[in-house]
Design a protein around this ligand. Structure first.
Ligand code: JD8
Length: 259
């Protein structure tokens, strides 16, 4: 898979040289290329922004510079990703879909954003254009989203994560639940014992305990996620855990939170 990231702060993407993503790049499991948007400017001040049409505060990124940059990177089958606070939420499902895409180009905006015609222009040319948001808070640019996207996608690629099994049980995975709490040695730390079941060697009990913890955490912290879990994926024991928390179950509506 190839991911191109374009930004006026390419050094902001330096963390992609580190850790798992850095190792995967050096191993050829992933091709990440970072570009400086100013390389496509033509004036001696390397200008990328201009005043907003219609007035208002701040500056807007020019479509002509972005057009020159993206024309050189976007090909047939490329997905063009534009981080923006007004985008659709970037989720694990989004990451999974992008990991199955051969080529993604991420256009990192700054200032008040990128001239809206850039997205429209590439959509008109048949390019899949996705405007994504990390969440309901305002950042100063798209670089943080690019870091999140590359890491979330890279770790889903074959060979990047050492033990693919760990991808299965994590939050937002196929089960749609939050992950259970994890513990390691010492068995007692500052008078805090680890859950005895984890020291029992009784694998079935350990699995049940972990499932119960995932259900409880999801019910208490992310009831919206639990409501999306198909009823047939909640067995009798699962429902007992949730009933103790006041949940009910409706064949049509699925798991129903208390109150
Ligand atoms: C791209 C420019 C800053 C945003 C005026 C502050 C994503 N979840 C998210 N929050 N914010 C962004 C984001 C912010 C960006 C750009 C993404 C490009 N800005 C602008 C509009 C208000 N300034 C984001 N993903």
């Amino acid at each position: 898979m190839r991911i191109d990231v374009v930004s006026i702060f390419p050094e902001y993407l330096a963390p992609l040289d580190l850790s798992l993503v850095g190792k995967a790049r050096r191993a050829g499991l992933l091709d990440v290329r970072v570009h400086d948007l100013r390389d496509w400017t033509t004036d001696r001040h390397r200008t990328v922004d201009d005043a907003p049409l219609g007035g208002g505060a701040g500056m807007v990124m020019r479509p002509d510079v972005w057009g020159e940059a993206l024309d050189g990177l976007v090909e047939q089958g490329t997905e063009l990703v534009l981080p923006t606070p007004s985008g659709e939420r970037f989720t694990q499902r989004t990451a999974e879909r992008m990991a199955a895409t051969g080529h993604v180009v991420v256009a990192c905006g700054r200032y008040e954003g990128i001239d809206a015609r850039v997205a429209d222009h590439y959509r008109e040319r048949g390019v899949r254009v996705t405007e994504v948001s990390l969440g309901d808070y305002v950042l100063n640019g798209g670089e943080v989203a690019a870091l999140v996207l590359v890491e979330a996608v890279a770790r889903l690629l074959p060979g990047v994560v050492g033990n693919p099994q760990s991808l299965v049980e994590e939050s937002h995975g196929a089960a749609g639940l939050l992950e259970y709490p994890v513990f390691t040695r010492p068995p007692v730390w500052r008078d805090l014992p680890a859950p005895p079941v984890l020291l029992s060697g009784h694998h079935a009990k350990v699995e049940r305990w972990r499932r119960d913890q995932s259900l409880r955490r999801t019910a208490l912290r992310r009831p919206d996620l639990l409501q999306q879990v198909p009823l047939h994926e909640l067995d009798r024991d699962d429902r007992h855990v949730l009933e103790d928390l006041g949940w009910t179950f409706d064949e049509r509506d699925g798991a129903v939170p208390p109150g």
